[in-house]
Design a protein around this ligand. Structure first.
Ligand code: GDP
Ligand code: MN
Length: 397
């Protein structure tokens, strides 16, 4: 589950990471009030207005703007709230902005220029260890840095047995070219950031930029956080941060129905029980000359209600030209599933997309008979290849 910048910063703050202070607002009036409150707390009269959407590159898309007085706060917030923000990380239509973060301006002019660094904590799947990735080249696309100047990106791997060590935090501060107060601040920042990452069961904390202010404070100006869905049950407060408006609506609906659904770009919808079988089925569809329109694991209990819900989800995708149901009756009996399919089909009235059903396992033969005798426009198969051939025939029609 991904979080908004302001939510990520709340978590960072709770673990003692210094952040650029800010308040979230949904209307220009709220934005002005937020700005006034921030001025009382921080003393700064300048604010940055930042679109809160689940996508990076907001600055480039016009979703991050500096306001030098309350009038500007109001007009800029009014422009950003409700806009469709297009960034290098969104689709061409962009993402609708529902909220903005009003943040204190921390790029104040001083004796030294402020510096921007990049830092993220994530799991290195190749080594199975958490890793801190960082660079002197912050504030810009880290992908570009990785491509053009890879030697400016550093890594620190953390041994799970002993955790982040002092020498590692010091090496980071050293490689970022820091000394004195800023050096000490950075080691504190790294420890607090790593703690926030591990204690929140996250899979990513990306801070770009990490800012060194002209008075040598180190702070998080941006925060991109991905929480591990499988650990959300032990973080009810984080789970409540979910913003469903940012997610694929069909996937949200599937989640509510207990179905494991991922939207894809192809033309053959699939309904399968078990993730492994779902993967194999997607391969099968490709072999038959199609492209999977989705990944859908209905789980162990494929009763009429679930099957119907699954059909409904798949049919919402206008690109779907055929549906392949591939169920292995191990714990669940195939005839039960077949009955579920027949019932769901009848309940839904007409489905104008051809359906190919492959049922294998306990009572597969009874299931095939049930479907063949149902009088419905559903083709049955028992063998994998048979199902593939039927999908191919339908697509070539
Ligand atoms: P992103 O574009 O989605 O990554 O959004 P960021 O939160 O990283 O903001 C984009 C850029 O806005 C940063 O790299 C900064 O250069 C700039 N920015 C952020 N906060 C401030 C601020 O307080 N003052 C000024 N002047 N610029 C800021
Ligand atoms: Mn950023």
């Amino acid at each position: 589950m991904n979080l908004h910048e302001y939510q990520g910063k709340e978590i960072l703050n709770s673990f003692g990471v210094r952040i650029q202070r800010g308040l979230v607002a949904s209307t220009p009036e709220e934005a002005v009030n937020a700005a006034k409150k921030l001025t009382e707390e921080t003393g700064t009269g300048w604010h940055v207005i930042k679109a809160q959407v689940h996508a990076g590159g907001r600055g480039k898309g016009g979703g991050v703007k500096l306001a030098k007085n309350l009038d500007e706060v109001k007009t800029i917030a009014g422009k950003i709230i409700g806009m469709n923000l297009v960034t290098p990380q969104t689709s061409a239509e962009g993402k609708k902005v529902h909220q903005v973060l009003i943040a204190e301006d921390v790029y104040y002019p001083g004796d030294n220029e402020p510096e921007e660094y990049y830092m993220s904590v994530l799991l290195n799947r190749a080594t199975g260890r958490n890793m801190i990735m960082y660079s002197t080249e912050g504030g810009m696309d880290i992908e570009t840095v990785a491509e053009e100047t890879p030697h400016l990106i550093f890594h620190e791997e953390i041994d799970p047995a002993v955790g982040l060590q002092g020498f590692q935090a010091r090496r980071i501060a050293f490689n970022l070219g820091l000394s004195g107060t800023a050096f000490k601040e950075m080691t504190k920042f790294v420890f607090a950031l790593y703690k926030a990452y591990t204690n929140s069961d996250s899979s990513l904390f990306e801070i770009n930029p990490v800012l060194k202010t002209s008075d040598d404070k180190i702070m998080a100006v941006d925060a991109k956080v991905s929480l591990d869905d499988n650990a959300l049950f032990r973080h009810k407060d984080y789970a409540a941060m979910r913003d469903k408006r940012e997610e694929n609506p069909v996937e949200v609906e599937a989640g509510e129905k207990g179905l494991n659904y991922v939207d894809l770009d192809g033309n053959v919808g699939c309904m399968v029980n078990g993730a492994g079988l779902a993967m194999a089925t997607m391969d099968l569809i490709k072999q038959a000359g199609g492209e999977p329109a989705n990944f859908l694991d209905v789980g162990g209990t494929a009763d009429a209600e679930r099957v119907e819900a699954a059909f409904n989800l798949i049919l919402k995708d206008p690109a779907v030209k055929a549906i392949l149901v591939n169920i292995f009756g191990g714990i669940v009996r195939c005839d039960r599933v077949a009955q579920g399919i027949v019932d769901a089909y009848k309940n839904m009235g007409t489905i104008d997309v051809p359906i190919i059903v492959r049922l294998q396992g306990t009572n597969a033969d009874i299931a095939k008979e049930l479907i063949d005798n149902s009088g419905l426009d559903v083709q049955s198969a028992i063998e994998f290849q048979e199902a593939a051939d039927k999908v191919q025939a339908v697509l070539n029609k």
